[in-house]
Design a protein. Structure first.
Length: 472
């Protein structure tokens, strides 16, 4: 009997016993085989589909663990947590801070191009401000406790909208000046329950790419929501996230019966939900509807993604506000010279920066595109003999604002290359006698492998274009 025939008989016998005893026996046997790919076709021939399914599941679980940002982040020295600082309060390392800084630069520049005005407002405000907005007591359980100072109660802010509305109220506005788009990279604080905390995805302190748009009428508000979705889709494209594959839309609706959770305005809710549903249909994109998932002040369009463990989260959002214009008396002077009530849109473009970093770590398995990589180039001298020439290359790259590291020549070259690979550095330049003599560098790319030798000037030109174009 041939080896493969014996193997098939053995698997089939184990399969039959596993049905009445335990599948673990089969799984243990399957895991001891050489490689899954070599035997998958033979499993199909003996008609044991559940073995293939289980093997694929095992493979998926192992892949998920490898991509889990809670594991990869510390391995790549991107972030840490400290009991001395507190649960859910992330500490971004210098490398993690590079990613955050690049994301912030990208989105601020893009928002300014699209007519947003970036502002700065305090991380703390009087509790009365949140009572006025209705966030307190609606979100009381997820807000930090008030702080008493000089007889007044203050609170670490859980959201930015009241601050932006107060900024708008500093003077009268003409209809000609609307819409006003206030944006901010806002530090927010929310008391997530201990059981809900999860790496960078669920934290108690985070930075939100937030904005509030004050509009003349509902038509302008809906138009601005469409433009906000355009921005979100563009940003996702730059980050390498395809609609339908990595994220989907959810239309989050309220409940007329729950006046404790939602602002009471049945007619307003009906019209707002109709407008948002119409907007999504006109955009021609797939979306699901979810009841009882709206904000307390209005319905919203959420962008949903799944993490490496399969848990779905809202990452970005665009929201229609039914009550803040009234609560804050947000008005403008119309063409007729009279005061008119403004309309408000809330939106986050790339969401919580921490959560977005978590999703990107998992999406790229830590191997970020060049423009986002904490270290873009590692320069490795072949031996001590070539340290001076390598140092000159290192300085040239630094002068061009390329994030570069240079390793000592004490360790063997192979070990240093492996360490660079483990840190997922996009480009490794090896410098030896030939390179020094010819004034070149030997290029090794993290995913593409060896790419030959070029002059340092040619290499700099190549990667600066890759960085500028944000190549995925």
């Amino acid at each position: 009997m041939g080896r493969m025939e014996a193997l098939k008989n053995r698997i089939y016998g184990l399969f039959r016993r596993a049905r009445t005893q335990s599948e673990k026996l089969v799984f243990h046997f399957v895991r001891t085989l050489s490689e899954q790919r070599e035997y998958t076709s033979h499993f199909k021939k003996v008609n044991i589909p559940f073995i293939i399914s289980r093997m694929n599941k095992i493979s998926e679980n192992e892949d998920s663990k490898k991509r889990d940002h809670k594991e990869l982040g510390p391995q790549l020295d991107l972030f840490a947590f400290s009991d001395a600082v507190g649960k859910g309060l992330p500490l971004l390392t210098p490398k993690g801070s590079v990613i955050r800084r690049e994301l912030e630069r990208f989105i601020v520049d893009e928002e300014i191009k699209r007519g947003y005005q970036h502002v700065y407002t305090p991380d703390i405000a009087k509790l009365d401000l949140y009572k006025k907005s209705g966030h307190y007591p609606h979100y009381k359980d997820s807000m930090y406790a008030p702080i008493e100072i000089d007889g007044d109660e203050f609170m670490l802010r859980p959201m930015t909208c009241p601050h932006h509305f107060e900024l708008y109220l500093r003077r009268p506005w003409s209809y000609r000046e609307l819409p006003i788009r206030y944006a901010e990279l806002a530090k927010l604080y929310r008391y997530e329950q201990s059981g809900e905390l999860m790496g960078l995805q669920r934290v108690r302190s985070f930075c939100l790419a937030d904005a509030h748009i004050i509009c003349k009428n509902e038509e302008e508000a809906v138009s601005e929501m469409g433009k906000a979705l355009d921005l979100i889709e563009y940003a996702n494209g730059v980050l390498g996230l395809k609609m339908g594959e990595y994220y989907h839309y959810r239309l989050s609706l309220g409940s007329r019966a729950n006046s404790e959770k939602y602002y009471k305005n049945d007619a307003g809710w009906e019209k707002a939900e109709m407008l948002l549903r119409k907007l999504m249909k006109e955009r021609g994109v797939d979306f699901v509807e979810a009841k009882d998932e709206a904000a307390f002040y209005g319905p919203k369009i959420d962008i949903q993604m799944k993490n490496a463990n399969g848990k779905e989260d809202t990452v970005f959002t665009v929201q229609y506000d039914l009550c803040m214009p009234e609560k804050f008396n947000l008005t403008y002077i119309g063409e007729d010279g009279k005061e008119h009530r403004a309309f408000v849109v809330h939106r986050s473009s790339i969401g919580s920066i921490e959560r977005t970093i978590a999703f990107l770590i998992e999406h790229y398995s830590g191997a970020f595109p060049l423009w986002l990589s904490p270290v873009q180039v590692a320069v490795l001298p072949l031996s001590e003999k070539f340290v001076d020439y390598t140092g000159k290359i290192f300085e040239k790259l630094k002068e061009e604002n390329i994030r570069v590291e240079m390793t000592d020549a004490d360790e063997p070259l192979g070990k240093r290359i492996r360490e660079s690979e483990m840190q997922k550095i996009p480009y490794v330049l090896v410098v030896g006698e030939k390179e020094e003599k010819e004034g070149t560098v030997s290029i090794r790319h993290h995913s593409r492998g060896q790419e030959g030798e070029v002059s340092i000037e040619e290499f700099i030109k190549k990667i600066k274009k890759e960085i500028k174009d944000k190549v995925i």
